[in-house]
Design a protein around this ligand. Structure first.
Ligand code: DON
Length: 564
């Protein structure tokens, strides 16, 4: 009661008064943007109860895993990019790892051809989940509430029921057939053999039980003991290759984020095993050599396209799990390397990708999910999490309540041969026991004198260019919602195509880009699901922007916090 009254009072008299120089020293409100309103509400509840941004991140992450089973979950993994109000930054890598029994050629048949069914469907496609370990780690090291509190909203929704929605239904279209072949998955997501209706209440007591176990026993509640045995038995019964040791030895890795400066801004972003930060650093360093603001719109799109092309070439060749391969990250993210790239860019003519030595790559399709949080102490959380393809590998170990991932398909299963989305790689991203598959997930922070933003999105290989365009928009003074709304364009080296959402380019711009030698594919289906929060110190405002492409499914919300 008293707490509620304080919250109401704080709504009238926000905590953070503007500092003497006119810039607020603390955000006036806390804010969250996520791809599902039920998850945003779970996080707002935790913030209002005195949790910090990292407690809220745990709440949102666990809830997204429940209400967006197509995108992420306890059977998958993710990256938590965190910045504490004291300035410290950390990248919590909760990416899945290949099982110990995995081998470089495990998906190749006698003729050396990849078995695509095995890389995406069923237990053999599943790498060892990282998200449960991520939740426990973030809560214990960075949160201020016990897991029993931060997981409570997800547990409640799992027990009392969450609401099936448009995005769940659309994504089911891709995976219904394969989901229906696994009895435990069908029981959970196709009750009565039917795709649930919009607004249908979905109960998942097994998921609640797993969360309760995590809250009570921590990391080992998932990775050792009865649940670990249940998972290993279930995976092996289904034809998979996990062993108890896979789970017992899983650990998150804390890594230093990639960070770099661009025209007075500082960008903090994802290091390997994500490819996102390295690509962003390279692209921004290339841009820094030009008067971008003084360019025509077509000139700017052309330059961005050329920078994207070169960064994705390097992604395909060099990037993989830094614990398994040597990656020249310092080199390819250095200003000097970018100067070399600039020398190869013609400002009027597209460079055919064939002229750059390298290998093929094509775009991915959703799913995956991102959320962004800022609290009133100024803590920031950017989190992107995934089970890879919609509804992961479509396999549920009976009694566990969650789908497993098919992240093994993010490896290059054979050098130069495309994966489910057409992405290829070479040795750096070949399968090896215990190795993390290369990711494009790019949770990112933008830090400037007057503005602080948290940004990210799903979208496979397009994640990186979406974050790039969103950052440029925010640097231009636009709002969080503007960044999420912005029509997008993308180039990833190969295929040698500049793809664009409807509305990204005018007819005139398309003609001019074609005249410069670009192959433009302007009418692509919209992509991404961007979630942004923005603190403007001068205006002392906090804004949350959620992607309008999934109408009414995501939610950006602000709340006043009470810290005890
Ligand atoms: O980690 C990755 O890059 C992928 N597993 C993410 C998948 C994704 O975003 C698919 N969406 N297009």
């Amino acid at each position: 009661m008293i707490q509620r009254a304080i919250v109401a009072l704080l709504l009238l008299f926000p905590l953070a008064a503007p500092a003497a120089d006119g810039a607020a020293s603390r955000p006036p409100q806390a804010a969250i943007a996520s791809a599902n309103a039920q998850a945003t509400d779970a996080g707002l509840e935790i913030l209002a109860a005195g949790g910090n941004a990292f407690d809220a991140a745990v709440a949102v992450s666990a809830t997204l895993g429940l209400v967006e089973p197509e995108s992420s979950g306890l059977g998958g993994g993710g990256f938590f990019l965190l910045k504490r109000a004291d300035g410290s930054e950390v990248f919590v890598d909760a990416r899945e790892r290949a099982p110990l029994a995995a081998t470089r050629d495990m998906y190749l048949d006698a003729q050396g051809n990849p078995n695509r069914d095995q890389t995406v469907n069923g237990p053999l496609a599943a790498a060892i989940p990282g998200l449960p370990a991520g939740l426990v780690h973030v809560a214990a090291k960075y949160g201020r509430l016990p897991l029993s509190k931060s997981l409570a909203p997800a547990i409640r929704l799992a027990e009392r029921g969450w609401l099936f929605g448009d995005k769940n239904i659309t994504m089911m279209g891709w995976r219904r057939d394969i989901l229906s072949k696994n009895a435990a998955a069908a029981k959970l997501f196709l009750p009565g053999g039917k795709v649930p209706a919009k607004g249908q209440r979905m109960r998942n007591p097994d998921y609640a039980r797993v969360l309760r176990r995590l809250a009570a026993e921590g990391h080992d509640g998932f990775y050792r003991g009865p649940l670990a045995k249940q998972l290993v038995d279930g995976v092996r019964d289904g034809g998979g290759n996990w062993v108890l040791k896979d789970l017992a030895q899983y650990a998150v890795v804390e890594r230093a984020p990639i960070s770099f400066d661009y025209r007075g801004w500082r960008i903090v972003t994802a290091p390997p095993p994500s490819s996102g930060g390295a690509a962003l650093a390279q692209i921004f360093h290339v841009l820094s050599g030009y008067d971008v603001a003084g360019m025509s719109r077509v000139g700017r799109v052309h330059l961005l396209t050329e920078a994207m092309r070169r960064a994705y070439r390097d992604r395909a060749i060099y990037l993989g799990d830094p614990d398994h391969v040597n990656i020249p990250v310092d080199l390819i993210t250095s200003p000097a390397y970018a100067a070399g790239l600039r020398a190869s860019i013609h400002l009027q003519k597209a460079t055919p990708s064939d002229l750059l030595p390298g290998i093929n790559a094509e775009p991915e399709r959703p799913d995956t999910t991102h959320f962004s949080i800022i609290d009133t102490e100024g803590n920031l959380a950017a989190v992107t999490q995934t089970v890879n393809l919609p509804y992961g590998n479509a396999f549920v170990v009976p009694g566990t309540g969650f789908l497993l991932n098919n992240e093994m398909d993010d490896f290059s299963v054979k050098p130069g041969v495309p994966n489910a989305f057409g992405l290829v790689g070479e040795d750096a991203n070949a399968i090896a026991p215990g190795k993390r598959p290369l990711s494009s997930m790019t949770p990112t922070l933008l830090l400037g004198a007057d503005r602080t933003a948290v940004i990210g999105t799903p979208g496979g290989s397009r994640i990186i260019t979406m974050v790039l365009l969103g950052l440029l928009e925010l640097m231009d003074g636009k709002g969080a919602q503007d960044a999420a709304n912005l029509p997008r364009f993308h180039h990833q080296y190969l295929p040698d195509v500049l793809s664009a959402e409807p509305g990204a380019f005018t007819e005139e711009e398309i003609a001019q880009l074609q005249a410069r030698g670009h192959t433009v594919a302007p009418g692509e289906r919209p992509w991404g699901n961007m979630q942004v929060v923005l603190w403007d110190r001068k205006a002392s405002t906090v804004e949350a922007g959620t992607d309008p492409r999934w109408k009414g499914v995501g939610k950006g919300g602000a709340v006043n916090q009470v810290f005890q």
